[in-house]
Ligand binder design. Structure first.
Ligand code: MLT
Length: 406
């Protein structure tokens, strides 16, 4: 094949996607140590089953597919109205945000939506991303040719990086130069911290003044425990004119395997809303009916109570991880309003080296902070999505290796 016909931007990417690279390392370790029971607190994948009310709704939908009276073929690309109405009422109305169903686009995942949304913009626009960052925002823009060359410090030439660290209490500053697109994630992956109302207001003002668009990833919003914190960017005045929000059932309702999410593009950004509709109707055939019935059941009183209990159980894991690491003398962030714990490694330890040390000595998998950007290189991410007993065991194994890990 002639390489000249390929998208050369792919040459600018790291060789493999962060979580594929980790999965490969873990699989090699497991092959070499077949008797060892590895505990996986790496990728943020849920472990609790989908709650009974949601499963019942999916079973009923399966039965509907078995009868010619209720069978469904292609559904609306944007999602069935019953789900979009349930989202508007169940997710936004309680936060005082009014949305109409045609501002909501149901999809098969926030990862895809957040990666695809940049297609609506010129390949010459400048983007800003946090450092550290969920790698999809960066990689999808590298693929589209917006990043420029990779520098020796791990940053790309044309990207504006917004530092999130302990010094600024993980409250990013808006860019100091004009950019067209800003990616934000709160509650944050990977740091597990939450952007304050004041920080979000500063970003919305920046976007209004500079004609920028905020791409707001709120996939972990339902993990927020403190009701006073911002759950949706539309709680900030003016956000409907400049922000697109990505939400997901993956982490809030155990849908990582089932796949269902949604993106909100408000009417105040009508040109963008129409473009996304055009894009979705052309490239996507909608999420299947069975899954959408399951997702809608999350908003029934029983479904909501059951999913809240699952989230509470993950948040007990988060507290256990945080407290166990702190008891060993570690500095940790996050884990209070998000399912991720961001562990500051001692003595400026390299996070990829630490990954190997932890795997070899404790058979525990985490995610090296360096995989999320240069600012993460001395941090390590653990997820609260594990089984409670195995999470406890992981913490015991880590405490037993206190001398080498802390
Ligand atoms: C993560 O571990 O960061 C997440 O599972 C990634 C994702 O949701 O795609």
């Amino acid at each position: 094949m002639k390489t000249g016909i390929l998208n050369s931007n792919y040459q600018l990417l790291a060789e493999s996607y962060l979580f594929s690279q980790i999965a490969e390392k873990v699989s090699r370790f497991q092959t070499a140590h077949s008797q060892t029971r590895i505990i996986r607190l790496g990728i943020g994948d849920v472990t609790r089953p989908i709650v009974p009310t949601v499963i019942d709704a999916m079973h009923r939908a399966v039965d509907e597919m078995a009868s010619s009276e209720t069978f469904r073929g292609y559904g609306p690309e944007q999602g069935y109205l019953f789900l979009r109405e349930a989202i508007a009422q169940g997710e936004y109305a309680p936060r005082g945000v009014e949305l109409s169903p045609d501002e909501i686009f149901v999809s098969d995942g926030s990862k895809c939506d957040v990666a695809n949304f940049q297609e609506l913009f010129s390949d010459r626009v400048r983007i800003a991303i946090p450092d550290p960052v969920y790698p999809v925002y960066l990689d999808s823009n590298v693929m589209a040719g917006r990043a420029g060359a990779l520098q020796s410090d791990g940053h790309y030439d044309n990207i504006v990086y917004l530092s999130a660290n302990a010094e600024n209490d993980f409250q990013l500053d808006p860019p100091h130069c004009p950019v067209a697109l800003i990616y934000l994630c709160s509650p944050n992956n990977p740091t597990g911290t939450v952007l304050s109302r004041e920080t979000l207001t500063r970003f919305v003002r920046y976007a209004q003044e500079n004609g920028a668009i905020i791409l707001f990833d709120a996939a972990y919003a339902n993990y927020i425990q403190d009701d006073a914190l911002v759950h949706t960017i539309y709680e900030i005045e003016g956000a409907k004119e400049c922000a697109v929000e990505f939400r997901s059932f993956s982490k809030s309702a155990g849908f990582t395997g089932v796949r269902c999410a949604f993106t909100v593009v408000p009417r105040q950004m009508e040109m963008l809303r129409k473009m996304w509709l055009r894009r979705q109707t052309t490239k996507f055939n909608g999420v299947n009916y069975i899954v959408q019935r399951g997702a809608a059941a999350v908003y029934s009183p029983e479904g909501a109570a059951e999913t809240r209990e699952v989230i509470a159980s993950y948040m007990r894991n988060a507290a256990l991880i945080r407290e166990s690491l702190q008891a060993c003398g570690a500095t940790v962030y996050g884990g209070k309003d998000a399912p991720y714990i961001w562990w500051k490694l001692p003595r400026e330890t390299d996070s990829f080296q630490f990954f190997d040390t932890l795997l070899e000595n404790c058979a525990v998998v985490g995610t090296p902070g360096g995989g999320f950007g240069p600012q993460g290189k001395h941090y390590f991410r653990l997820t609260a999505f594990g089984d409670p007993a195995r999470t406890k065991l992981a913490m015991e194994r880590i405490a037993a290796q206190k001398k080498i890990l802390f």
